[in-house]
Design a protein around this ligand. Sequence first.
Ligand SMILES: Nc1ncnc2c1ncn2[C@@H]1O[C@H](COP(=O)(O)OP(=O)(O)O)[C@@H](O)[C@H]1O
Ligand SMILES: [Mg+2]
Length: 242
Amino acid sequence: MIEYRGLVKRFGDRTVLKGLNLRISEGEIVFVLGTSGTGKSVLLKNTVGLLRPDEGEIWIDGREVSRLSEEEYLGVRRICGMVFQHPALFDSLSVYENVAFGLRRHDRLPEELIRQKVAEALALVHLPGVEERRPAQLSYGMQKRVSLARTLALEPKILLFDEPTTALDPITTTAVNNLIQELSRRLRTTSIVVSHDMICALGIADRIVVLDQGNIVAQGTPREIRGSEVPLVQDFLAEVPA
Ligand SMILES: Nc1ncnc2c1ncn2[C@@H]1O[C@H](COP(=O)(O)OP(=O)(O)O)[C@@H](O)[C@H]1O
Ligand SMILES: [Mg+2]
């Protein structure tokens, strides 16, 4: 469903991604772990075309996308939904308008259908009936779920999560992680979750990829990762209770 071939991304004389190769199958949940500043967000942004690679290819659903025009990329963003680290909702708009935002951008749909899709998306994130509220009236965890609903409303085949649980309390973290797993299975999406939470990666990932300074230093199933001897992986594993 997603393949990176020799992906290189530079900023000035600094090379952030150094020829990354990775294939992700349909329906897989892949966690990408790495210390901060290692290029995880840059990888996701290249995938949705917010940044473009300097070298290499990005294949999404059978199509090389990295050289598409901005206009052609709209179609890619339609199947490839990104959930940003911070909710980034419009405070002056209702939850309904926030969730409808993506739909209105991509399609011309009758209002009744929009209403239905918004309601479905909010139900998927377990927040039914909050359409008329404003983001400021919701907790941070709920705002994150609204932002997820906005992405889900477009019915993407691929979900990209950038640190979905950073800055959340432990209970909300568990809820968000459970939601990611539930949605991936229920909607059969392919998911990339950028995270530094090894505990949750071990719990829900099909595969864990560990990035260090723009390269993959380890990858495998949770079971394989638990047995990894790579020092960075061991550092991450040190946080995990036995
Ligand atoms: N738009 C940009 N312009 C210049 N440098 C950037 C840009 N985006 C990211 N970087 C740099 O690339 C490196 C990787 O960033 P990022 O992918 O955000 O790290 P993380 O793994 O924490 O998500 C960092 O050193 C960051 O400063
Ligand atoms: Mg980041």
